[in-house]
Design a protein around this ligand. Structure first.
Ligand SMILES: C[S@@+](CC[C@H](N)C(=O)[O-])C[C@H]1O[C@@H](n2cnc3c(N)ncnc32)[C@H](O)[C@@H]1O
Length: 391
């Protein structure tokens, strides 16, 4: 982020703070809604670019979180025929949305409700738009990963998602901070994938080990009893994965390009060796169960963080708690993301300051090789962790 953007951001956040402070006494009298972000509409040209960046089409159901006067959804319905759902805490905004949608002739495609963005069920959305604040986006992030399907696009005017890097960032002079961002919910691909390759000397079992943090994936491929080879050019966009690997063919190495679509524990697609015609390719992931109590030991950590990570299944999803040292009451982990066997969890700062980031653990949980890295602003990258599942 450039200093200019950072300064503007701080100014905007300051301005929001002042505005909210100024509105506070009015709120007490008039029962004004307790907004996380004041109303400021996105300029029309920026709305256009946001919809383009999200590749909105008539098959989309777009959710605008904090929908203001409804302009983003109205444009999505008018220009692309998309359906939309807007939520805003301010009832006055919702009235405006309904009037504006009526006037634009798209009221039948749009639903507007008064409510809190944190209480909305996001599961039906195929695309999400927002113009909030960095810290509100970060608070929404776990909800996005819990509720949105792989492939759902999220577009944000001006504000980012902390260490979840955007898939695309577009500079637009009319936008606040000159920028809009796009993220695509990635399919969970971490784990061990297996298939068999037919060769002149018979079928060889292949094993691809992938680790994942958000949409960033690394991998190694082992052919038969050979050594693992780093996989190259890995890209993961929603459910679409592509990578290439070098295979020995006689005395030469041939580059094989793989492309596929992830559906649960199956990837189906094609493999193409050199300039040969593509052939069908299917890989299966070895099943993994992360639930249980994992005893965590840290190395080179500036803070004492050894403890127990409790992972359980709640309403069909994995949830986690962490008990440091001899603590008997584990803390619920808000930022806990699982991509197959790859995990990301944040142990909150000890003083309980909600706005301060805690320590982030990233890595892999499986019974043979559990562990990874620790990170926190100002720490060296030497800090790491290992884990073993308790009985
Ligand atoms: C910066 S405006 C963006 C409006 C619109 N999305 C746009 O881009 O033109 C933010 C909106 O979020 C709404 N808002 C703030 N906190 C909210 C919350 N917790 N739940 C729902 N809406 C909220 C405000 O009322 C305001 O209309």
């Amino acid at each position: 982020m450039t200093d200019r953007i950072r300064t503007r951001r701080i100014r905007f956040a300051g301005l929001c703070g002042l505005l909210l402070l100024f509105l506070a006494p009015l709120r007490a009298d008039k029962k004004e809604p307790d907004l996380d972000v004041p109303f400021e509409p996105t300029p029309p040209q920026v709305v256009e670019e946001m919809l383009k960046l999200a590749a909105i089409s008539s098959s989309d159901y777009v959710f605008d979180l904090g929908c203001g006067d409804g302009r983003i959804l109205i444009a999505a319905a008018k220009q692309y025929g998309a359906r939309g759902f807007g939520v805003d805490l301010d009832p006055q905004r919702i009235e405006e949305c309904k009037e504006n949608a009526e006037a634009a002739g798209v009221a039948d495609k749009l639903t507007f409700v008064q409510g809190d963005i944190f209480d909305q069920d996001l599961r039906p959305a195929t695309a999400l738009t927002m113009y909030l604040l960095d810290e509100i986006n970060l608070k929404l992030r776990p909800k996005c990963f819990r509720e949105l399907q792989p492939g759902v696009r999220i577009v944000s005017h001006a504000f980012n998602m902390a260490d979840w890097k955007a898939d695309k960032e577009v500079n637009i002079p009319k936008a606040r901070n000159d920028v809009i961002y796009l993220w695509i919910i990635p399919a969970p691909v971490g784990g061990i994938w297996e298939w068999s390759e037919k060769t002149a000397s018979g079928a060889i079992p292949m094993r691809l080990t992938l680790t994942q943090e958000f949409q960033t994936v690394q991998g190694a491929l082992t052919a038969g009893q050979g050594k693992p080879n780093r996989v190259r050019d890995i890209s993961l966009t929603g459910r679409d994965i592509a990578f290439s690997a070098q295979f020995p063919e006689g005395k030469r190495l041939t580059r094989v390009a793989f492309k596929g679509r992830v559906d649960g524990d199956t990837i189906k697609g094609t493999r193409q060796a050199g300039k040969d015609a593509p052939q069908e390719w299917t890989a299966q992931r070895k099943p993994a169960d992360l639930t249980g109590a994992w005893r965590i030991q840290t190395q080179n950590s500036p803070e004492p963080l050894d403890g127990v990570l409790h992972i359980e299944r709640k309403n069909g999803q994995l949830a986690a708690k962490y008990a440091k040292g001899t603590e008997t009451m584990p803390t619920e982990l808000w930022h806990f993301y699982v991509w197959g066997t790859s995990v990301y969890f944040e142990v909150p700062a000890p003083d309980g300051d909600e706005d301060e980031r805690g320590v982030i653990f990233t890595g892999v949980l499986d019974d043979t090789n559990a562990g990874g890295r620790l990170r926190k602003e100002g720490w060296s990258d030497q800090a790491s962790w290992t884990a073993a599942r308790g009985k």
